[in-house]
Design a protein around this ligand. Structure first.
Ligand SMILES: NC(=O)c1ccc[n+]([C@@H]2O[C@H](COP(=O)([O-])OP(=O)(O)OC[C@H]3O[C@@H](n4cnc5c(N)ncnc54)[C@H](OP(=O)(O)O)[C@@H]3O)[C@@H](O)[C@H]2O)c1
Length: 277
């Protein structure tokens, strides 16, 4: 407990909502913000930052555009405003090093935070289980077909509940200052294996169709997805196809002292809750 607050950005999103709820359950004073909160917070409007930062000692940073034009500088400006407002610590939703321009932008954002004088814990995240239940893959799962350019590559999908628990540990315990955690699930899965798990574990028939990248982009554009986004996603799927980050880390267990949640348990819970009906 403390007399100052913990600021959670992206608080209506997959990880921020869980971080805020977890902190509140533990009795911390939490300011949960997004563009929809009472204290409005907008990355694109720096005039909203000051009110959000008042009386705050630590901040969970989710920037949905991180890795894209302008977002790195916004995070740097925000980190400097935070340090000036008395914030000591930041935990960043980030991504692993894979040598891409995208991950270089992530590293640059991390440097900005450290250079602003904040203690940083960087959470280098893999694809979330919840992409299938709360986000951009939900409709495809409901439709019974995942049509993606990911070949037979594998990804170390991770549960957002584990990400949130690690974020809470990092926000509230200074032993995590200066650390980088590679947050993965306990095993590697291809999209064909994901489809199989959902078919058998949630009794929801799902197939995976491996597309070539150009067909994927054309199909997305036909569904009104902006071409630039469709192209960016196709690059991410090709990284999976190429097994670019096909490695499991033990960092969730090292931080939490218990194994990372597995995909089968998630699938069974989502099946019972009826999210894919
Ligand atoms: N999904 C994955 O598999 C994955 C994997 C690796 C890394 N990541 C990283 O994780 C981050 C996303 O975290 P998440 O999945 O928890 O978030 P999310 O579910 O995508 O939600 C985005 C959050 O950001 C808020 N937001 C959007 N635009 C905003 C703006 N202009 N100003 C202020 N807030 C804004 C949204 O709230 P409002 O709409 O209410 O404002 C929402 O709370 C991204 O940086 C992404 O690169 C994701």
């Amino acid at each position: 407990m403390s007399d100052s607050s913990i600021l959670v950005t992206g608080a209506t999103g997959k990880t921020g909502s869980r971080v805020a709820a977890n902190l509140m359950q533990r009795g911390f004073d939490v300011r949960a913000v997004s563009r929809k909160s009472a204290v409005r917070f907008d990355w694109d409007d720096a005039s909203t930052w000051q009110a959000a930062l008042q009386g705050v000692r630590a901040v969970y940073i989710v920037h949905p555009g991180l890795g894209f034009d302008g977002a790195t500088e916004q995070v740097g400006d925000f980190a400097r405003a935070a340090a000036a407002a008395g914030v000591k610590k930041a935990v960043l939703a980030s991504t692993p090093d894979d040598g891409s321009e995208f991950s270089q932008a992530m590293r640059a954002a991390e440097h900005h935070i450290v250079n602003a004088g904040l203690d940083l814990t960087s959470l280098r995240l893999r694809w979330f289980f919840q992409n299938f239940s709360e986000d951009f893959l939900l409709q495809s799962v409901r439709s019974g077909e995942l049509r993606l350019p990911a070949g037979s590559g594998k990804e170390a999908f991770v549960d957002a509940d584990d990400i949130a628990e690690v974020a809470v540990a990092a926000l509230t315990d200074e032993r995590h200052n200066g650390r980088q955690y590679d947050l993965t699930g306990p095993c590697l899965l291809s999209f064909a294996e994901v489809a199989q798990e959902i078919t058998s574990g949630a009794q929801h028939p799902l197939s995976y169709v491996s597309l070539d990248p150009a067909t994927y982009v054309a199909e997305q554009v036909a569904q009104q997805v902006p071409e630039e986004w469709a192209y960016s996603f196709s690059v991410l799927y090709q990284d999976i196809a190429n097994n670019k980050l096909a490695q499991v880390s033990g960092d969730v267990e090292a931080v939490l002292g218990k194994p990372a949640r597995d995909f089968s348990t998630f699938v069974s819970a989502m099946g019972k809750a009826g999210v894919w009906r």
